[in-house]
Design a protein around this ligand. Structure first.
Ligand code: NAP
Length: 310
């Protein structure tokens, strides 16, 4: 099958022809229709994940996907060949990935039936980003009435988190560089949307005494930690260890690791299926354009960048 993969340690990812994976017990194989680009994929491509995960080469890139079940492993129940699903490749080692014609994932906690109202590209933009957004929300005790600053809110994680936090009653101050981005954040429920080029002044105007929580999805948290009140939370999906956080003597550092538990996937598909949670896709690329999509990730994108595969 065709795949976008790292062939051997130290190599750059490339379009390769590799063996089609077989589902292990507890797994299903999916014919991938769409997969979205995440920071994790760029980190694997750059070799930064070598110290965190065992790499079994060839390592196929891509985590978050939508597709159709094509084979079912031993011991799997409730999912059948032909089901339209969405999910995340979340194994303890790196080998299978979503930027390929076929991938495998855990049946319990790795994937779930895709809501009919989502397009393939939308379905491919929910499981990894959404479970991360849910983990961030879960780390805020009693969010109702709290002032929550979200820096990097226009991306895949941010556009989902802004909706979840606003629905939970938080007063969300969300950043976006472009006018379109800020308008969308307001539509998604943010009480305030501000340009991060003037972050300090804009936030001080809205919250003169500071915010209760800052969520770091992009940028340098050293530049906005001072906007959080003493005793507040600094939550980050980027920093993975408390000792990497600024102002740790004054603020509680909360590193986030999103995990697509069965419960998280059920909640996300329930909300998206009923139209309560909008999944934002910025643009689509063909399988041959993955390199270009990687170059575009993180710069003035609104929502996810999706690779069309099937
Ligand atoms: N820990 C985990 O489990 C986990 C899971 C998923 C993602 N992540 C990480 O979480 C972060 C967010 O992911 P994502 O996929 O939502 O990212 P993304 O799609 O790249 O979105 C981030 C957005 O931030 C904006 N931005 C760029 N530079 C900025 C700056 N200096 N200050 C403020 N905003 C800036 C960009 O839009 P504008 O410039 O147009 O505003 C961009 O669209 C990434 O670092 C990703 O690797 C971690």
């Amino acid at each position: 099958m065709k795949a976008f993969a790292v062939g051997a340690q130290g190599e750059q990812p490339a379009h390769l022809e590799i063996d089609t994976p077989e589902p292990d017990p507890g797994e299903v194989r999916v014919r991938v229709t769409a997969a979205s680009v995440n920071g994790f994929d760029l980190a694997v491509a750059a070799g930064w994940m070598a110290g965190f995960f065992e790499h079994r080469y060839p390592v196929v890139l891509g985590r978050e996907f939508a597709g159709v079940v094509d084979a079912v492993g031993e011991g799997v129940s409730g999912i059948d060949v032909g089901d339209r699903v969405l999910g995340v490749v979340s194994k303890p080692f790196l080998r299978e990935g979503a930027f390929a014609e076929y991938t495998t994932a855990y049946a319990d906690g790795g994937l779930i039936g895709a809501p009919e109202i989502l397009t393939d590209s939308e379905a491919a933009s929910l499981a990894h980003t959404g479970s991360t957004a849910l983990a961030i929300l879960a780390s805020i005790p009693e969010p109702e009435g709290k002032k929550v600053l979200v820096v990097g809110a226009t991306g895949g994680v941010g556009t989902l988190f802004v909706q979840l936090a606003s629905a939970a009653g938080a007063e969300v101050i969300a950043t976006g560089r472009t006018v379109d981005g800020r308008e969308l954040l307001s539509e998604l429920g943010a009480a305030h949307s501000v340009d991060y080029a003037t972050l300090e002044a804009s936030v001080r105007e809205i919250a003169p005494d500071g915010v209760d929580v800052a969520v770091h999805l992009k940028g340098d948290p050293g530049e906005f930690a001072s906007l959080v009140k003493d005793g507040g939370l600094l939550i980050s999906s980027v920093l993975y260890s408390p000792d990497m956080f600024p102002d740790a003597d004054r603020l509680t550092p909360v590193p986030i690791a999103g995990y697509p538990s069965a419960e998280a996937l059920e909640r996300l598909t329930g909300l998206a299926g009923s139209g309560e949670l909008r999944v934002i896709v910025d643009r689509e690329h063909s399988f041959d354009e993955i390199g270009q999509a990687f170059g575009e990730y993180g710069h003035e994108t609104i929502g996810n960048i999706v690779i069309r595969i099937g």
